[in-house]
Design a protein around this ligand. Structure first.
Ligand SMILES: Cc1cc2nc3c(=O)[nH]c(=O)nc-3n(C[C@H](O)[C@H](O)[C@H](O)COP(=O)(O)OP(=O)(O)OC[C@H]3O[C@@H](n4cnc5c(N)ncnc54)[C@H](O)[C@@H]3O)c2cc1C
Ligand code: FES
Ligand code: FES
Length: 490
């Protein structure tokens, strides 16, 4: 059984391990306000808000795509849907603003948009901050509307604070809900809600589950795995959820045996939780996260899932390769560390052994003299997968390039370092001749694929152009990039 709160009411529902939150709502509970558009996390029509209590019992809500969220992950959580917002005839400010601004026409996208506005409203109530264009784009970038156009919806976002809350605000009700949620979550530790959807809370229990059910997929955010259910109609006998495993959920400062300082980021840490660390220490990486999926995806997707998925066009692996990140793998034989470079073997093939899981990813702390740049090329700025991604890490010493690391996504069957091009740059001044040699080396070494996101020729040309952009940034670091970003913005 899944025990959770739906719009403040306790629910206890049985579901197979491959049921999504959307199926649970519409098919089992008859709550059809939440819509299905694409069933692949792209359109946002199915957006719901998921509330979790923090250690102090305070509720925090994040938006999620119900179509690709496993229903069992609701255990002990508060699910808020569009049906739960109004109090009789009194609309929630997100709804009232959408009405006032004419933000809806056919109405199919509207429940999802209202729920994204609801989580924005809750975040604003918790920590008021200016609603900058960037914040609005981040909040609404995962919601598509085919008829209204986005200006009225944006207007609704900007004015919802002027509408009164219909009842005592949600956060005043939070303590009562929080205690119910915490009790349920505590019980879930000893009695899994469904024997076939396993929710271990320790690494030891996770490894035991993996041993008992070797064919069961691991699921973290489900933002890759669940597409197999919705698009390929995969059915699972058992599923093992890693999101409640304590050891996979921490971010810990550490020093490696080779003396490098940094952080072990638990494989089940979501992008949203990772953002403050990246904002502070890796601004270029943080900037990339703003362009990874949508808020709904970043709220649930994890760094471990992105690495384990081993997609050649995954966004974080090239950055992690350029930073020389390491992995901590845990399995029946114990734990082992591995350079990320040794993890990707072939298309979607990794060095993960039988029964192993990724426990954490090591991010080395940046040194002041090093520069990291990350450039993602995709057809759309918001919520789009890369056609190509380049990540570059280097330092300049006495006018020559040192410790150059160049890594690409979309240029081979795996995310890959450009070793020969790195050698062409290492120890050289950043002249046009040096970079011409690096470009030739790059094009020699890579055989990109052609697909809907770009032809092989396009990818080769774009990768060579990224090296030219790199040269300009190296010779005139800040102003060159500012000029390029301004050109892009216009
Ligand atoms: C609409 C949409 C937009 C997206 N946009 C982007 C984008 O812009 N850039 C991008 O890179 N990706 C994007 N993705 C893909 C996806 O969001 C990311 O790859 C994400 O990081 C996957 O993490 P997850 O936690 O959801 O993984 P899951 O789907 O839960 O798992 C992915 C794979 O990793 C395995 N796995 C999970 N955790 C572990 C572990 N600890 N140890 C071993 N194996 C594990 C699972 O078994 C599965 O095979 C998008 C997806 C969608 C649906
Ligand atoms: S139905 Fe489109 S994102 Fe879920
Ligand atoms: S109102 Fe019709 S899709 Fe948005």
């Amino acid at each position: 059984m899944i025990d959770f709160l739906l719009n403040g009411q306790p629910r206890s529902v049985a579901a197979t391990p491959d049921t999504s939150v959307l199926e649970l709502l519409r098919d089992t509970l008859g709550q059809t306000g939440t819509k299905e558009g694409c069933a692949s996390g792209d359109c946002g029509a199915c957006t719901v808000a998921v509330g979790e209590a923090d250690e102090a019992g305070k509720m925090h809500y994040h938006s999620a795509n119900a179509c690709i969220m496993p229903a069992h992950q609701l255990q002990g959580r508060h699910l808020v849907t569009v049906e739960g917002l109004a109090d009789g005839d009194s609309l929630h400010p997100a709804q009232a603003a959408m009405v006032a601004c004419h933000g809806s026409q056919c109405g199919f996208c509207t429940p999802g948009i209202v729920m994204s506005l609801f989580t924005l409203h809750e975040a604003q109530s918790e920590t008021p901050a200016p609603l900058t264009p960037e914040r609005l784009e981040a909040a609404l970038g995962g919601n598509l509307c085919r008829c209204t156009g986005y200006r009225p919806i944006r207007d609704a976002a900007l004015t919802m604070g002027e509408h009164p809350a219909p009842r005592e605000a949600w956060w005043f009700e939070a303590p009562a809900m929080a205690s119910a949620v915490q009790t349920d979550a505590g019980e879930a530790d000893s009695t899994p809600p469904d024997e076939r959807f396993l929710q271990p809370t320790t690494l030891a229990a996770l490894l035991t589950a993996r041993k008992r059910h070797p064919d069961a997929p691991l699921v973290a955010g489900g933002t890759d795995l669940w597409l197999d259910v919705t698009q390929n109609l995969a059915r699972y006998e058992h599923v093992i959820d890693v999101t409640r495993v304590d050891e996979l959920s921490r971010i810990e400062a550490a020093t490696l045996d080779d003396g490098r300082e940094g952080w072990w980021v638990g494989a089940a840490v979501t992008y949203t939780r990772l953002t403050p660390l990246l904002d502070e220490h890796f601004p270029a990486f943080a900037h990339l996260l703003h362009r990874l999926g949508s808020a709904q995806i970043r709220n649930r997707g994890t760094l471990g899932g992105n690495v384990a998925n081993a997609s050649p066009i995954g966004d974080t692996p090239p950055v992690l390769l350029a930073l020389e990140a390491r992995l901590l793998l845990a399995g029946p034989e114990g734990e082992r560390e591995l350079a990320l470079d040794d993890f990707f073997l072939d298309y979607k093939k990794t060095a993960l052994g039988e029964g192993e899981v990724i426990r954490a990813i090591f991010l080395p702390a940046p040194k002041p003299e090093h520069v990291l740049k990350v450039w993602k090329i995709s057809k759309r700025r918001e919520d789009d997968i890369s056609a190509l991604l380049g990540a570059f890490h280097w330092r300049l010493e006495g006018g020559v390039l040192r410790e150059v690391r160049l890594a690409f996504g979309g240029m081979a069957a795996i995310p890959k370092r450009a070793y020969i091009a790195e050698s062409a740059l290492e120890g050289q001044p950043p002249t046009e001749a040096t970079f011409t040699a690096a470009r030739s080396a790059l094009l020699e070494a890579f055989t990109p694929m052609s697909d809907v996101r770009g032809s092989a020729d396009y990818r080769r040309l774009a990768a060579a152009n990224l090296l030219e952009r790199l040269r300009r940034v190296v010779v005139d670091c800040d102003s060159a990039e500012e000029v390029m970003l301004n050109a892009y913005a216009h």
